[in-house]
Design a protein around this ligand. Structure first.
Ligand code: ADP
Ligand code: MG
Length: 737
């Protein structure tokens, strides 16, 4: 009897084990059992052949319609050409061999059904249209209808189809899995019995049976439910353990103190904190007062006021004798934060300067582009502790940046940072850990928060500050050219009314093919998949001359990632100060840029951006009391996917709703991102799009279980499953997360 960790060669013999190891990286019984079918077919159902893409590795079920052998003219070879059909489309199979008793010729006669596996290629016969073919495919004849078996039963039988791989015989996987299943010894079920009962999950052995050789669709469904649960649960156990371990680490408590900087700041806030800001503020204040590090994710829609929340936390850390670092993903954003924090603090941030308040601290900015002299002075301020608040980019992570006493790290717009970077800052604290607050740029769906950020506690700012003006969003479509003309007029109107305008393009466009630094996130679908040539996306340098012509007298500034940082800063300053009416930019302004006087956002080629990105860009207007207007200019035709996406963005300003929509359109790998590759590979059946229920339940139960039994001492089988998940590179990943 074979256990999950049994090497495959012991069960299947050396030859097969070698093939499976080489072709599919499967080494143990467990590896093989987790190699699930890609899909399932009825025996009575043929694969739609018209949907096969060139270059794809496929396994199709089809019926032979024509068999034709011919000798090759030049070589001594013989080619057997077999045409198979799904009833509508056709696919050509070609086998090269010797005339005579050639096996495919004997086995594949018209009317035979079979599975055919190989790589789709396209060729063009001397006359006629392109044809798709499988060259020398693997095949397996699906047994002809047996006399005693009822026709319906025969047709209903489920045939699992495994991802096909080069060099692997089509029957190898199915046969190997069959052998393994017949000899499987799973020991006790890793899931607590109560859990299984509560959710009516089948046992693990039944689940493996059901996923690999289901007798009917119901059995398959039950198997999938159970295996999905295991994926969700084990992952959540790992995350719960990490949360627990992290919160057990020592950290310096920075409780709120009376009469400090935070109090002084609160007293002069020009607005009332929203209920959400107060509530989250209390959560954070509480976390900071503990002798264990805070690990909190702060989520809030664009404009919900995350910065104030973060700044208040930083002031509490400073009041507690520590320093706070704010890590921003771009120079533009770092500078923006530096400026707005300095402005918000006023004399509270001017320690040592004339006019600085008594309790004051100092705010420092550290970026990669600083001159050597300024940099040196700043590094000194950071090391001596004179700078209580340090704002910076990646430059903050460099080794020689030493803090006197780093108490709190705030990571802004987390999705742009890898997990390693969060860690690099944590390590700057000797003998303990800083408190960490992570802020996301846009709301993320709950399932993503619970997996990608699953080791963090989550706070949500659910409401926008009161009095916040509305943002109207309209699509400017190709079928209504008058709208575009109106768009340009609007710019002039805003400018002459003393308000400001952003115009965003997907590209810099200085020269042909230049993507710049600001390549937009490609939207998940492309309407032009049919090969119609799309023009390249608009670049700001391309439309600048036109704009200057159309809008003479309007002051236009240009901002993109290729500008020298000083230049970027200068442009941003002028726009901030109202010396520019229009800022023509790439997505460098996507996050964080905060100019309340800006009222109009025009996004050119809007269909080239993803939903979250559009939402984020739109959030640059309507930030003050003036209403915002966002115009999504597009060439995309009505009725297509791209237009649907734009209409969705126009229909709601609820970032949480849009983020769910965005998630539905993306593939799992895109959601988890490259850094999460390890985690993605452990999720075979579970999807963040569709399995919110399962993930939620798993998180709750995992948290309870880990609280009661942190080391899983009472759940050895579960501990073993967890260990399997955490092995190799995945540990590596989770360690870093
Ligand atoms: P985001 O969550 O997108 O980072 P910000 O923190 O930049 O949002 O806040 C957006 C704007 O709202 C800023 O100009 C900020 O000063 C202002 N703001 C924040 N909180 C409030 C509040 N409670 N009342 C009024 N305005 C606020
Ligand atoms: Mg922000």
């Amino acid at each position: 009897m074979a256990k999950l960790d049994e090497p495959l060669h012991k069960v299947l013999g050396d030859k097969t084990a070698k093939v499976l190891a080489k072709g599919l990286d499967l080494h143990s019984v467990g590896d093989l059992l987790h190699h699930y079918p890609r899909r399932y077919a009825h025996r009575g159902e043929l694969t739609p052949l018209n949907e096969l893409a060139d270059g794809e590795h496929v396994t199709v079920m089809a019926e032979v319609v024509k068999v034709q052998g011919r000798s090759l003219t030049r070589s001594p070879g013989y080619v057997l050409e077999i045409t198979v059909t799904d009833g509508t489309g056709e696919l050509k199979l070609s086998f090269f061999g010797r005339r005579g008793s050639y096996k495919p010729e004997r086995e594949l006669s018209p009317g035979t059904r079979g599975l055919f596996a190989g790589k789709i290629s396209t060729y063009r016969p001397r006359s006629g249209r392109d044809q798709r073919q499988l060259s020398h495919p693997q095949y397996k004849v699906i047994a002809a209808r047996a006399g005693e078996q009822a026709a319906q039963e025969w047709a209903d039988e489920i045939i699992p189809i495994y991802p096909s791989t080069k060099g692997l015989d089509i029957e190898t996987i199915g046969m190997s899995i069959g052998m393994v299943l017949d000899n499987l010894d799973l020991g006790s079920d890793p899931m607590p019995e109560l859990t299984l009962k509560r959710h009516h999950y089948v046992g693990l052995k039944a689940a493996y049976e059901g996923i690999h050789r289901p007798k009917d669709w119901k059995e398959l469904g039950r198997a999938k439910n159970r295996l999905k649960w295991d994926e969700a649960f084990v992952l959540q156990i790992a995350l719960a353990q990490r949360r627990m371990a992290a919160s057990a680490l020592p950290a310096k408590a920075r409780p709120a103190i009376e009469g400090g900087l935070l109090d002084a700041f609160d007293a002069r806030l020009p607005f009332e904190l929203t209920e959400g800001q107060q509530e989250v503020g209390r959560e954070i204040a509480e976390d900071l007062s503990l002798e264990h590090p805070m690990h909190r994710l702060l989520q809030g829609d664009v404009g919900s006021g995350k910065t104030v929340v973060a700044l208040r936390a930083m002031l509490q850390a400073v009041d507690g004798g520590g320093q706070a670092a704010l890590l921003a993903p771009t120079e533009v954003l770092a500078q923006q934060h530096y400026r707005s924090i300095s402005a918000m603090l006023g004399d509270l941030g001017q320690a040592g300067q004339i006019g600085g308040a008594e309790t004051a601290t100092r705010v420092a900015l550290l970026t990669g582009s600083m001159g050597a002299k300024a940099r040196k002075a700043t590094l000194l301020d950071i090391a001596s502790g004179a700078a209580g608040i340090v704002v910076g980019t990646h430059a903050l992570l460099e080794e020689h940046v030493q803090f006197a006493d780093l108490g709190l790290v705030v990571v802004d717009e987390q999705h742009r940072f890898g997990v390693e970077q969060r860690d690099a800052l944590r390590e700057k604290v000797a003998g303990g850990r800083p408190h960490v607050l992570v802020m996301t740029a846009t709301p993320i769906p709950r399932t993503v928060a619970m997996t990608v950020f699953g080791d963090l506690e989550t706070s949500v700012l659910g409401q926008l500050p009161a009095g916040r003006a509305q943002i109207q969003t309209h699509v400017v479509p190709p079928e209504k050219p008058a709208f575009l003309a109106r768009t340009w007029e609007r710019i002039r109107e805003e400018a002459s009314g003393g308000r400001q305008v952003y115009i965003v393009c997907p590209r810099i466009g200085e020269k042909e093919g230049d993507e710049g630094d600001a390549r937009p996130v490609p939207p998940p679908d492309e309407d032009s998949a049919e090969g119609t040539e799309r023009r390249s996306p608009l670049g700001i340098m391309e439309i600048l001359p036109r704009l200057e012509e159309l809008l003479s007298g309007v002051r236009i500034g240009v901002l993109h990632g290729k500008l020298h940082p000083d230049e970027k800063d200068a442009v941003m300053r002028r726009f901030n100060a109202g010396e520019l009416d229009v800022l023509l930019a790439t997505t460098v302004i996507e996050v964080g840029v905060d100019v309340p006087n800006a009222t109009l956002m025009i996004i050119m080629d809007a269909d080239r951006f993803g939903v979250s990105q559009l939402h984020q860009l739109r959030g640059r207007v309507g930030r003050g009391t003036l209403p915002g207007l966002c115009l999504l200019v597009t060439d995309a035709e009505a009725g297509g996917k791209a237009r649907e996406r734009l209409d969705a963005v126009a229909s709601t300003t609820d970032g949480f709703r849009l983020s769910r929509l965005d998630l539905e359109q993306r593939r799992e790998g895109d959601v988890l991102g490259a850094a999460q590759a390890g985690r993605a590979s452990s999720l075979r059946l579970l999807t963040l799009q569709k399995d919110e229920d399962v993930i939620l339940k798993a998180r709750d139960e995992a948290t309870l279980l880990v609280e009661a039994d942190p080391d899983l001492a009472e759940h050895p089988a579960l501990a073993a499953e967890l260990a399997a998940l955490l092995d190799e590179d995945r540990t590596d990943y989770l360690e870093k997360a």
